[in-house]
Design a protein around this ligand. Structure first.
Ligand SMILES: *[C@@H]1O[C@H](CO)[C@@H](O)[C@H](O)[C@H]1NC(C)=O
Ligand SMILES: *[C@@H]1O[C@H](CO)[C@@H](O)[C@H](O)[C@H]1NC(C)=O
Ligand SMILES: *[C@@H]1O[C@H](CO)[C@@H](O)[C@H](O)[C@H]1NC(C)=O
Length: 498
């Protein structure tokens, strides 16, 4: 009963926020698509000579994934990519954001052969997308890397990985670059390093107290070393693309950042500063070096010598090393200052001495979703997009992920999962907010719903469903939810106006 009332209230809030939004409020050449990631959908984890990835190894360690599952099969997309592309085609999307599994292309990184079966798989996938009029929007690294790189030298903690990433990116540009016009180097590097090296809940599972209980690691230093190597790996790949491929292939390259909008907990200068710090520690951490050649002043001031430094040649290579910014956005949080005020967990200097809270006086910042710490806060989209616009001089942007996660372990009936009005209203209200930002001058070029299919939601396993299509994991049958039908309607209505 309580759940029922909660849902009703959520619908009421959402209906009141969502004014009529339609396709004509976005530019004619706007990209509309769905997004996925290799490890979350492909399965076929040993097929076609693929090597083991860090996620293959990690998800097989008992206790790491909440429902004890793994991505061995996932959505079996490796074997079903054609019918999945047919689903996208039926939605009338014009683009698809997906990631390449590094260990399918290079099972052992640069220490082994290029896997021709992996190359063929992605060539066939890309060819079929193009045949269906769908632009590939490709991420090179969405968390999964060859396990060999972890075992040999500690992956992101070692600067050797810059060479490995460049080697891998070069192969992808050479093999697929004639057909791919949008490349992202990394997906959400802040999540990669925070969860892998601060909280220890993603591979390689490293951390120290009080952030978590891991057998090794140092939460106060390692995230910054790993991030530094990610940033320089990005620069290495962009340098290769610019020098060898971009002029001939005519594509764009960028990076995809995770973004939370931080709405000060209280209307005080301290919480306003905390909000600015939280944004610097999530967004500026990666985008400032890649656009301006140095870390955000807020980070330098707080972290001092813990923060690695860029050499003169690093800075030259880094500056303006992107053509677009990918923004993944789901929710807002309240930042609470812990630098000047004391917080119960002690100062978490390594993420800006800010607590990111979902509640104020027991009231959530927006209706809850199925994901911890993600709330329905559509107004934050306009705010974060305008923040990125201001901070980075209106670089072209894509909203590379946005979507609604449903926790399906609460004994929900399939029929209730399919009837996802809440997701429809969520998408409408966030698109409305995005269109406000565009009207205010933000140069946004596309929008991707996370996700095409229900899939393996990292540590939450299969209990979290984000898909426009419901997946029955026993039969692999895909069924469109209300939201899939709504997206199609939204996309074709504009066509008839043209
Ligand atoms: C920083 O990390 C701590 C510990 O994990 C967490 O409680 C806090 O909310 C984080 N701050 C932000 C802004 O995410
Ligand atoms: C969101 O924005 C709308 C319109 O700009 C406004 O009416 C509403 O109060 C805002 N909601 C919140 C929670 O800030
Ligand atoms: C989903 O719901 C189950 C059952 O209520 C709960 O145990 C689990 O923690 C929830 N998952 C998430 C990610 O919140």
């Amino acid at each position: 009963m309580e759940k029922y009332i909660e849902t009703l209230l959520l619908l009421l809030v959402l209906f009141s926020l969502a004014t009529a939004i339609d396709r004509s409020q976005f530019p004619p050449d706007f990209l509309f698509g769905t997004a996925t990631a290799s490890y979350q959908i492909e399965g076929g984890y040993l097929d076609g000579n693929k090597g083991l990835s860090n996620w293959d190894v990690f998800s097989h360690i008992p206790g790491k994934i909440e429902d004890g599952s793994n991505g061995d099969i996932a959505d079996d997309h490796y074997h079903r990519y054609k019918s999945d592309i047919d689903l996208m085609h039926s939605l009338e999307v014009n683009s698809y954001r997906f990631s390449i599994s590094w260990s399918r292309i290079l099972p052992r990184g640069r220490f082994g052969e290029v896997n021709s079966k992996g190359i063929s798989f992605y060539n066939e996938l890309i060819d079929y997308l193009l045949l269906k009029g769908i632009q590939p929007f490709v991420t090179l690294c969405h968390y999964d890397i060859p396990q060999e790189l972890e075992d040999r030298y500690g992956a992101w903690l070692n600067s050797q990985i810059q060479e490995d990433f460049g080697y891998y990116a070069d192969i992808c540009f050479k093999e697929f670059g004639e057909k791919v016009k949008y490349w992202s180097t990394f997906n959400e590097p802040a999540v990669l390093v925070n969860k892998g090296y601060r909280l220890g809940i993603y591979p390689p599972g490293r951390c120290s107290e009080p952030y978590g209980h891991c057998s090794s690691g140092d939460s106060n230093t390692e995230p910054f070393i790993a991030a530094h190597n990610v940033i320089l790996s990005h620069a290495t790949a962009v340098d290769i693309y610019r020098k060898k491929y971009q002029i001939r292939q005519g594509g764009w390259i960028g990076i995809v950042a995770s973004t939370t909008w931080f709405e000060p907990y209280e209307d005080t200068p301290m919480d306003a500063m905390a909000a600015a710090r939280a944004l610097a520690f999530e967004v500026g951490w990666f985008l400032d070096p890649i656009i301006y050649g140095s870390y955000p002043p807020d980070m330098i001031q707080l972290l001092g010598s813990v923060l690695p430094t860029f050499s003169g040649s690093d800075k030259r290579k880094l500056r303006s090393s992107l053509d677009f910014i990918g923004v993944n956005h789901y929710s807002s949080l309240y930042p609470k200052d812990c630098l000047f005020s004391s917080c119960y967990l002690g100062p978490f200097v390594s993420n800006g001495s800010v607590l990111g809270l979902g509640y104020k006086n027991g009231v959530p910042i927006g209706p809850k979703t199925g994901m911890p710490n993600l709330f329905v806060t559509p107004n934050g989209t306009e705010k974060i997009v305008l923040y990125v616009k201001e901070r980075y001089k209106n670089k072209p942007m894509f909203l590379t992920e946005n979507g609604y996660g449903q926790n399906s372990s609460d004994n929900l009936l399939t029929k209730d999962i399919l009837n996802d009005e809440v997701r429809v209203e969520f998408l409408k209200s966030y698109l409305t907010s995005l269109s406000n930002a565009i009207r205010k001058g933000a140069d946004v070029r596309g929008y991707f719903i996370w996700s095409l299919l229900d899939n393996f939601e990292w540590v939450h396993g299969y209990s979290e469903r984000f898909g426009l299509y419901y997946v029955d994991y026993l039969t692999q049958k895909r069924t469109p939810k209300q939201s899939a039908k709504w997206y199609k309607k939204f996309l074709i209505e504009k066509k008839s106006n043209e």
